[in-house]
Write a protein that binds this ligand. Structure first.
Ligand SMILES: Cc1cc2nc3c(=O)[nH]c(=O)nc-3n(C[C@H](O)[C@H](O)[C@H](O)COP(=O)(O)O)c2cc1C
Length: 430
């Protein structure tokens, strides 16, 4: 058999394997990489090898050495479609990989003989001082990952004293999340086409005591989540209890099926009123509308350019999240850590800059601060912890990241976050 046909046969075998569909590995992408440069070929083989290996699973949160240890446990415990929802990026999932690879473009440039017996990791955002810059980012539908969902995360945030941002499509109401957190959470918003509906959600978050509204703008044009769609096809459960019309597959959702809000208390709480005429999708004018309708501070999540950072500041927002939705919005292929410096330049000290996307190590957090971030956000890692071991898993993920970050701060000779400047990193191999 020729090498060519052997390769094709092998790839056909891979394509038929549910394991690969679930692991977020895109077979078409691997096929392309195998036809590419030698670096691409070896990366493709690495991906195949990783996928083929059975990871050693930790049996309890305390066994974890790092946040990655939770991922295979979460994957094993979750139904395939829910795992697909968590793992997915868009198109070939390139932007997920880009987010991680972005950190490797910077190396540390540590200083020695500094007294690091006491370090201060606190940051101030929207008038509150947090003892850690690690923010629990909004992630929707958390009861799909653990029966206690957002409540377990809020309790972990309380125990470890982290800022939590609650998703607009959470499976727990903002009132219950704040009660479990024992302090206000920030409220994330996806707009509705009907402004009256959007306004009701804004007012509800404000009444519940959220000090900040985080308006997410990177999904307005939709997204192509192939890894999720592929995983749904191998999930054979009957999901009618939670999804109207059964499994949430392509073609099932849409105008023929009413929107399922049974597990989305923030949306289910909307009282239908008279529809306001809407023109198009949100523009900067919409930010003004938001500002005029609430006393909460407004943050915009999904800013990746200097131009939009400038506009955000001109439009009176208090901060931005440099975010590509964890590689789940447009498949830009650009890491958020790469976008960060230009956004910081656009903000010019006029607001808070939180960056998220691929943060898994203390060194990642350190590099973000060196490039001017106020704080960093995490998504998937704490959900791996939640799915694997509930609240304890979330707490352990938070404490591992915190510990790693504190160690690298000391190793680099930086005693506070404001001291972590650009001089503590250099371009890779620079
Ligand atoms: C399963 C999942 C659900 C998400 N849901 C939301 C959401 O409801 N609102 C939002 O603004 N961002 C959402 N995000 C994006 C995260 O807030 C964050 O930007 C991203 O996860 C960071 O990347 P990371 O997962 O690599 O840490 C979601 C991300 C994931 C993985």
């Amino acid at each position: 058999m020729s090498t060519q046909s052997a390769r094709r046969q092998f790839l056909r075998y891979l394509a038929g394997s549910p394991l690969f569909a679930l692991g977020g590995v895109n077979v078409a992408q691997i096929a392309r990489m195998l036809d590419g440069s030698s670096a691409e070929r070896s990366r493709a083989l690495e991906l195949i090898q990783q996928q083929a290996q059975e990871p050693t699973l930790i049996a309890s949160a305390s066994e974890a050495l790092n946040v990655f240890d939770f991922e295979p446990v979460a994957r094993k415990k979750l139904p395939p479609a829910h795992w697909g929802y968590l793992a997915t990026g868009t198109d070939d999932d390139e932007t997920i990989r880009a987010n991680r690879e972005g950190f490797t473009r910077w190396d540390l440039h540590p200083r020695r003989l500094v007294d690091v017996s006491h370090i201060d990791t606190s940051v101030k955002m929207a008038g509150t001082t947090w003892e850690t810059p690690i923010v629990i980012n909004p992630v929707g539908s958390q009861r799909a990952f653990h029966p206690e969902g957002e409540l377990a995360v809020a309790r972990a945030a309380k125990a470890r004293r982290h800022l939590m941002v609650l998703s607009n499509v959470a499976t727990t109401s903002i009132e219950d999340a704040i009660a479990a957190r024992g302090a206000p959470v920030w409220s994330q918003l996806y707009h509705r086409t009907d402004w009256n509906e959007t306004k009701q959600m804004v007012k509800r978050a404000e009444a519940a005591g959220a000090p900040v509204l985080v308006f997410t703008v990177d999904l307005i044009a939709g997204s192509n989540r192939e890894t999720m769609l592929r995983a749904q096809t191998v999930d054979t459960r009957n999901c009618e209890n939670c999804h109207v019309g059964g499994r949430p597959r392509p073609g099932v959702e849409g105008s023929a099926v009413r929107q399922d809000t049974r597990r989305k208390p923030m949306i289910a709480g909307i009282v239908p009123g008279e529809k306001a005429p809407e023109v198009g999708t949100p523009t900067w004018e919409f930010i003004k509308r938001l500002r005029d309708s609430t006393s909460m501070k407004i943050f915009i999540k999904g800013i990746v350019t200097r131009e939009d950072a400038e506009l955000a500041m001109e439009n009176g927002v208090s901060g931005v999240f440099v975010s590509n939705h964890g590689g789940r919005a447009e498949n830009s292929g650009r890491a958020t850590i790469t976008s960060l410096p230009e956004v910081v330049a656009g903000v010019r000290g006029r607001g808070v800059v939180i960056v998220d996307g691929g943060f898994r190590r203390g060194t990642d957090i350190f590099k973000a601060h060196a490039l001017g971030a106020t704080a960093i956000g995490i998504g998937r890692p704490y959900i791996w912890g939640l799915a694997a071991f509930g609240q304890e898993g979330v707490e352990t993920v938070l404490s591992l990241l915190r510990h790693e970050f504190e160690v690298v701060m000391k190793q680099a000779g930086t005693t506070s976050i404001s001291k972590i400047s650009k001089s503590y990193i250099v371009p890779h191999n620079g």
